[in-house]
Design a protein around this ligand. Structure first.
Ligand SMILES: *Cc1c(COP(=O)(O)O)cnc(C)c1O
Length: 444
């Protein structure tokens, strides 16, 4: 008789075949640790881990007696497949790692907004209220020059919505020097054309003048669009037209500043900001929420009350509106204390050096100067001098697959672990992980 506790005890269950001894799924799932995990993470997540452990046992890579233990070890911490990562790249707004890290107050706001919230409801009157009015008010408090503001899904959506609602099926003027690709093959001109707006290119790649714009204005010109070429720099014989010289023609001027700097920042002197663009006469400014603003993925529109109200009434506005979690995080980012993005851009090099020195000593790595970067297509020319611990590149895949995963930067044949974007409390996790990785490498 086959033992009913095990599966695979039928035809292929030759004596000595480990497949005979694979414990049945329901039996493994009844392990108290996995029962508890199923309650927290959902049965599907636990079952996936159990099936994977059974598979390892079937392939002879795991002693069948340890299937439950292996499943417990492999369980994710969260029900999501997104894994929190330690960013040791030195790139503050790493697009592949989710750009800005939210401040603790923004995280709390997101958690609070996860349930029912008054996002579109006035508790005083019991009536429907303007969606996300608190976040909009915070934005207007930060940029009082704006008559009104709006928050949408992301920066691309903000630009798309502004251009489409102002130009409809007409045309917009864009300088040739500002026809940019923002990454991963996405080109802003394609985005603009995607809703039927036609682009009239003005000027040349390196030089565009105010006369170029003036000459190109026609009755169907819905807007002049200025795009900040945020992820590259052209040097040499160049000129572009300041926003102030584009206003006054009666055509609304849309300025995409990209990085979400609301006001001038001495650390980022070349980065355009919303206040300056509005002062210069922009009708509406668009930008991202998860770049220099340090908030969640979002698109911000700030402008004159009549232009923003035109934009808000466009049918596309409903398709790109921000969700309540985003609104809560933007609100808290604007009202709360300094966020991690701002802090990391200003990280004290001396402090970074002493942390790296301590880490290097523990893991037998080498202290190395490391140039951090803003990232996220922001401030491409700005260097952030800092420090890192250099270890062999062979550790990179082991660290990436660790718990938590650690992502460093390969530079000149070494793996640099730059601590700029690592919370100080995580330094010891990095030390443990590198020591483990070294031991693991030694074994194999
Ligand atoms: C980043 C960027 C965008 C796109 O913003 P997302 O929030 O990523 O959609 C658009 N324009 C400029 C100039 C940018 O820098």
């Amino acid at each position: 008789m086959a033992d009913p506790r095990f599966e695979g005890s039928g035809t292929d269950g030759a004596p000595g075949n480990p497949r005979r001894l694979i414990p049945r799924t329901d039996r493994v799932m009844s392990d108290p640790r996995l029962v508890a995990a199923a309650r927290a993470l959902g049965p599907a997540v636990v079952k996936t881990a159990v099936l994977a452990a059974q598979e390892l046992a079937r392939n002879g890579q795991l002693d069948p007696a340890f299937v439950a233990d292996a499943a417990v070890d492999a369980l994710p911490v969260l029900a999501t497949t997104l894994r929190p990562v330690i960013n040791a790249t030195g790139v503050v707004l790493h697009t592949n790692l989710g750009r800005a890290q939210l401040s603790p107050s923004a995280v709390d706001a997101v958690v609070a907004a996860a349930g029912y919230v008054d996002v579109e409801f006035d508790l005083g009157s019991g009536q429907r209220a303007r969606r996300g009015r608190g976040a909009v008010a915070a934005l207007l408090a930060a940029v009082p020059l704006a008559g009104d503001a709006m928050i949408v899904n992301n920066g691309a959506a903000a630009l798309l919505l502004a251009v489409t609602s102002l130009a409809g099926r007409g045309t917009v003027l864009v300088s040739r020097g500002e026809m940019v690709e923002i990454g991963d093959g996405f080109r802003l001109p394609d985005l603009i054309r995607s809703t039927g707006v036609q682009i009239v290119e003005v000027g040349t790649t390196n030089r565009t003048t105010a006369e170029d714009y003036q000459r190109a204005i026609r009755p169907d010109t819905g807007a002049i669009v200025k795009i900040h070429p945020s992820n590259f720099r052209i040097q040499g014989f160049t000129s572009s037209v300041p926003v102030a010289e584009l206003t006054g023609s009666g055509v609304p001027v849309v300025v995409d500043i990209g990085s979400g700097l609301l006001a001038r920042d001495p650390l980022l002197p070349d980065e355009p900001n919303a206040v300056a663009a509005l002062l210069a006469g922009a009708s509406v400014v668009t930008c991202s929420g998860d770049k220099l603003l340090g908030g969640p993925q979002a698109g911000l529109l700030l402008g004159s009350a009549d232009v923003v109200s035109r934009i808000r009434r466009h049918p596309l506005a409903r398709a790109v509106r921000a969700d309540k979690l985003t609104l809560a995080a933007i609100d808290a980012t604007l009202r709360g204390p300094t966020n991690p993005t701002a802090e990391r851009l200003r990280a004290d090099p001396n402090r970074l050096r002493s942390r790296c020195q301590a880490l290097a000593k523990i893991v037998e790595g080498e202290l190395a100067p490391s140039m951090g970067a803003v990232g996220g297509g922001s401030a491409p020319g700005l260097d952030l001098p800092g420090w890192a611990v250099a270890v062999p590149t062979s550790l990179a895949p082991i660290l990436r697959r660790g718990r938590p995963p650690i992502v460093g930067r390969i530079d000149s044949g070494r793996l640099l672990l730059d601590l700029r974007c690592v919370p100080e409390a995580d330094d010891h996790s990095i030390a443990d992980a590198v020591l483990n990785a070294r031991a693991q490498e030694f074994k194999t």
